[in-house]
Design a protein around this ligand. Sequence first.
Ligand code: PXL
Length: 273
Amino acid sequence: MKKIVTMQDISCVGKCSLTAALPVISAMGIETAVLPTAVLSTHTMFRNPTFCDLSDQIEVILDHWEENHFSFDAIYTGYLGSLRQMDLARELIFRFRKGPVLVDPCMADNGKLYAGFTNEFVDEMRNFCAEADIICPNLSEACFMLKIPYQEKPDEEMVRKILKDLTRIGCHTAILTGISFNDTETGAYAYNRDTDTYTYVSAKKQKESFHGTGDLWASCFIGALVRGKSFEASLKLACQFVSRSIELTLQEDNHNTYGVNFEQALPDLIRSL
Ligand code: PXL
């Protein structure tokens, strides 16, 4: 069985980070090892979440894994809560790199940094992205890392420029999620600097956007890639999964506002593997 290790926090309530990655990757038939960076009562869009930093545990966990000669087909990092955790994520990559390394530089949305993040964190995240094979920022994160004003609706030429500039950081492939050029479709635009090729795939655009969809997207994408799907097919599957999860959320009366109904989109995802 294929195995992915993912390093991010546990937001106990919030349907993001590990509570999204673990069920999605497991449902895709892949063993999911987790490296929890912190336990929060909720994600940081709620006011005053509790935060228990697990950084001290990470090094000993990595030592123990090494003693046991564990290896992983891919490494996927998500939300990292501090500069120290970014160093620990480098350590994970340095010691366990074997297959693709996906870095999702979770730190911003709608042109704003998440609570607690600073410009220094952005600079370090940019450096950290150089370690990745693939990065998958949203537009806000991309603009912060490139130090350009937030582009809410860039045209295709601008999207291509941002992608190329992102790969100059050092990664091989940059993917921008949440890219839309009309009212009906939204998707992911990618650039691979080794082959100098762009790929755009999209799925039905939903009327609202929700928290946690980036984490679901990244989990589904890396799961598909590790299962051997092509890069383009993996992008497509992730876009469809997120679109369907939002659609199911909006169909529910009094639906949850902090995360999407991905749970009931899992059967379709499994069928399409
Ligand atoms: O989904 C990204 C994410 C993950 N983890 C925590 C967050 C967020 C976004 O706000 O706050 C703790």
